[in-house]
Write a protein that binds this ligand. Structure first.
Ligand code: NOJ
Ligand code: CA
Length: 560
């Protein structure tokens, strides 16, 4: 169960390291940074889609499941990267996009070619509805209708995401076989497992009933992008997601499929299936489904507070079934970066350390996102030309139709477009941050902050940097059994502004204290024989019974 004790690091291949100097990250780039990743202490790389793809959804639109995007390199480059990672004791998991393919995948091209093509039924095709329009009122989570008209064959096809991402029809056993074969291709090569993209969206209700919701597609996409702006309250945004459940998402049939997939992967030694879902049902109960799901609840909050973390941990730790597991995460390629998201504009640097300490001391596998370890921040796109996230293009179209001005739309995109968290990794302070040669135009702009110390080279030199903070805590986690596998118990008073918890195995007990505020906090816990394992406040020992935590202090002690 290596995946239980691992620290996972997510790589967005287009943005990690550009070895051939064309402005786009690639597989040899990843290989060249393995020593860095080893130094940092991560155990597992999760690589976002690296397959051939027209890149409409930056690789989440796969055109061939058993090859490498030529922009990123070759299968041989991939094998080299995998072997080099394994040689350093680093495992590699891939992103498996099961719900949909690219509209340029051979399967869809065939499916679309005629109504009697053998691949027709591999996708979800429907006749027009009674009024001659779309088959029903279902919407795409990225905005607009989920149905796209095909003039040539006179039917609509279904897409939960972009229209360039047609949904596969998993009710056809040939689809399951083809996708399992694709997974086997990588498992046979030695890949250690998969993160399963959008796993809940695989099945739809075959009765295709209309949603009975008061929302329309415009409201939905507005809520998706502007939910945090106050146009819609968070409750409405969450309802908007619920709207899909049971019709377009999380149908009961999914669980039998998960069991079959688990049986398939269990034919191999010790591989991992982690689903992009927070729904514990995917872990099964007594019947094996996925090994792990994500605790996304912290990431969904606008700020972190001790209260939020306490509630979150209580919920997760009692509900995860025996033998199953979960990952904690605060950012990924779809979300605002940690340093921006949980910052308050004044103490962003301190709060980034608080967030890191949380990830690396809580129960649950930490999933870190490239650049988080040096405090990369969200990038605000400056013009429509810079936008690469095609969801932003859908948003622009819908909002224009709705009368919103371009100026206003650009302002929205600067804050919300997923480009914000996908800019090139910042390796040093040379132009282009050492990601690409200086004279190359990178696929997304490099964030200016690379020149102000937010880069690997500079932070590596500075033992007080965020990078060293991450590295120290990663190593502490890995060498402290209680932090890795210990139980969790809250020891702070309910309403305190600091967080304190015990992590405990049979042989070791650690206590973690995290002050979320700029003020000193008197701690209610009575210290009596402790060894300091880590203190951001430079405490080397504790010789009094009570202490005040310093502003934003992170303190980890072992109880003797
Ligand atoms: C979830 C992925 O995280 C996101 O980036 C992608 O756009 C959708 N799934 C569709 O594949
Ligand atoms: Ca490249």
């Amino acid at each position: 169960m290596w995946w239980k004790n691992a620290v996972v690091y997510q790589i967005y291949p287009r943005s990690f390291a550009d070895a051939n100097g064309d402005g786009i990250g690639d597989i040899p780039g990843i290989t060249s940074k393995l020593d860095y990743l080893k130094w940092l202490g991560v155990d597992v790389l999760w690589i976002s889609p690296h397959y051939p793809s027209p890149q409409v959804d930056v690789g989440y639109d796969v055109a061939d499941y058993t090859d490498v995007n030529p922009e990123y390199g070759s299968l041989d480059d991939f094998r080299t990267m995998l072997n080099e990672a394994h040689a350093r004791g680093i495992r590699v998991i891939l992103d498996m996009v099961l719900n949909h393919t690219s509209d340029l995948h051979r399967w869809f091209i065939d499916s679309k070619s005629s109504k009697d093509n053998p691949k027709r039924d591999w996708y979800v095709w429907k006749d027009p509805g009674k009024d001659g329009g779309t088959p029903n009122n279902w919407d795409s989570i990225f905005g607009g209708s989920a149905w796209e008209w095909d003039e040539a064959t006179g039917q609509y096809y279904y897409h939960y995401f972009l229209k360039e991402q047609p949904d596969l029809n998993w009710r056809n056993p040939e689809v399951e076989k083809a996708m399992f074969d694709s997974m086997r291709f990588w498992l046979d090569m030695g890949v250690d497992g998969f993160r399963l993209d959008a796993i809940g969206t695989i099945f739809e209700d075959t009765g295709y009933p209309d949603h009975k919701s008061p929302y329309n597609a415009y409201d939905a996409i507005k809520a998706f992008w502007l939910g945090k702006e106050g146009d819609f309250d968070p409750e409405e945004v969450s309802q908007r997601f619920q709207w899909h459940f049971g019709l377009q998402q999380d149908l009961p049939e999914i669980h039998d499929l998960m069991k079959r997939m688990r049986q398939m992967i269990d034919e191999y030694d010790d591989r991992l299936l982690v689903g992009e879902t927070s729904d514990l049902k995917y872990l099964g109960k007594g019947d094996n489904q996925l090994h792990a799901v994500f605790n996304f609840d912290l990431l969904a909050k606008n700020r972190l507070s001790p209260e939020i973390v306490r509630q979150n941990q209580q919920k997760w730790l009692v509900s995860v079934p025996h033998g199953a597991w979960f990952g904690n995460t605060l950012n990924n390629h779809d979300q605002s970066r940690t340093k921006t998201h949980y910052g308050d504009g004044v103490h962003d640097a301190e709060l980034a350390r608080v967030s890191a300490a949380l990830m690396l001391t809580l129960s649950g596998t930490p999933y870190l996102y490239y650049g988080e370890e040096i405090g990369m921040k969200d990038y605000a796109v400056q013009s429509f030309d810079e936008v690469r996230d095609m969801v932003a293009a859908v948003y622009r179209r819908l909002m224009r139709e709705d009368g919103r001005s371009d100026e206003q739309i650009l302002k929205d995109l600067a804050t919300f477009s997923r480009d914000r968290c996908r800019t090139p990794m910042q390796w040093d302070d040379a132009p282009n941050a050492g990601f690409s040669p200086a004279d190359v135009q990178t696929w997304l702009p490099v964030h200016d902050s690379y020149a102000q110390g937010v880069n690997v080279a500079q932070q590596k030199q500075d033992e007080t940097s965020l990078l060293h903070f991450f590295r120290t805590l990663i190593h502490l986690r890995k060498t402290t059994p209680a932090l890795l596998e210990g139980s969790y118990a809250q020891i702070d008073p309910e309403s305190s502004e600091y967080l304190a918890y015990l992590r405990q195995t049979d042989d070791q007990t650690c206590a973690v204290f995290i002050n979320f505020t700029p003020d000193a906090q008197p701690v209610a816990y009575r210290f009596n024989g402790t060894k300091v394992l880590f203190s951001s406040g430079n405490r080397s020992s504790i010789d009094s019974v009570t202490i005040d935590l310093q502003p934003f202090e992170v303190l980890i002690v072992e109880l003797l």
